[in-house]
Design a protein around this ligand. Structure first.
Ligand SMILES: [Zn+2]
Length: 305
């Protein structure tokens, strides 16, 4: 029998978490970030691939998967990129009245953690995740958190998280050159934990307010000014994150992409780069081999998550 979203509270809880995390451009940009809520021992609701967090409602924008199978698969060795992605997709279950949606590749690590998981591309966490000095400082600020080196957001990242994951209790993961994941037993607890982490970094590093985003047909005035300051070649050659690889190609920097998402991602990148500079930290860019993976993703099955 198909899961009926009207007979369960979980879709509402998922939508609440998604709205809270997804309505802030300092926490998520474009289609980045995802949230999940587990129901019992096997089933989990997770933001659908291609959906934006702020568009998740109780009646759509998510997929239902068997996370028990995903957990067992990762524990046994997730396999290669394509194979693992096909496996995750095959775990989608029907939801009554909701169009079938594809779970994103990041569903894998949600499966490993406590009941509610909020994963964002928080600019505050990413100042620590994208600088040479950040994780050492982060460990002093958050002694109980996990700090993982960069792994491509597929089976490799899932295996790395699996090594440190606890199925219960609050947990915080800093993912180098990527983002933040917090896990908790409930939605309110997860949202509070997420806020506490961001707030601690903001206050601890005395970070400036996040700039307002003004919608523009091409590059926003702020992004155009920052791009002129950092240089187009610099931004094409030095890649801080998967989002930059996927959203900030040559056409995007010319103002010819899906500009809402491009402007959101660029605003985040320039904020992070500016803060790293003011703090006298050293930005840590992705290796060429890591960036090459995204050329395959762009042309293939993933597109922009
Ligand atoms: Zn992510």
């Amino acid at each position: 029998m198909a899961f009926d979203p009207e007979l369960d509270r979980a879709p509402q809880l998922l939508a609440r978490a998604a709205r809270a995390a997804g309505s802030r451009p300092d926490l998520t940009q474009g289609g980045g970030g995802n949230v999940s809520v587990k129901i019992g021992a096997e089933r989990m609701l997770v933001k659908a691939s291609g959906a934006q967090l702020k568009d998740v409602t109780a009646s759509g924008g998510y997929a239902l998967v068997n996370y028990g199978n995903i957990r067992r698969r990762i524990a046994a060795g997730p396999g290669g990129e394509d194979e693992f992605s096909d496996f995750i997709r095959a775990q989608a279950l029907p939801v009554r009245g909701v169009l079938s949606a594809r779970p994103s590749i990041e569903t894998g690590f949600h499966a490993l953690l406590n009941t509610v998981v909020i994963h964002t591309h928080s600019v505050y966490a990413n100042i620590l995740n994208m600088s040479a000095e950040g994780h050492k400082l982060g460990r002093e600020m958050f002694p109980a958190a996990e700090f993982l080196p960069y792994r491509s957001p597929g089976p490799q990242l899932c295996s790395a998280i699996n090594d440190r994951a606890r199925a219960s209790g609050p947990q915080v993961f800093f993912l180098a050159n990527h983002g933040l994941a917090v896990a908790h037993a409930g939605v309110e607890g997860a949202l509070e934990l997420n806020e506490r982490v961001n707030d601690t970094i903001r206050r601890g590093l005395s970070l400036p307010p996040y700039p307002a985003l003004i919608p523009a047909a091409g590059l926003s005035a702020r992004n155009a000014a920052c791009l002129a300051r950092y240089g187009r070649e610099f931004m094409l050659e030095n890649v801080l994150s998967p989002d930059q690889a996927l959203y900030c190609g040559p056409a995007d920097l010319d103002g010819k992409g899906g500009m809402d998402a491009v402007n959101e991602v660029l605003t985040a990148l320039f904020y992070i780069l500016d803060c790293i500079k003011v703090l006298k930290f050293t930005p840590r860019f992705l290796a060429k081999a890591d960036i090459a993976c995204f050329d395959v993703m762009k042309s293939g099955r993933y597109s922009r998550k």
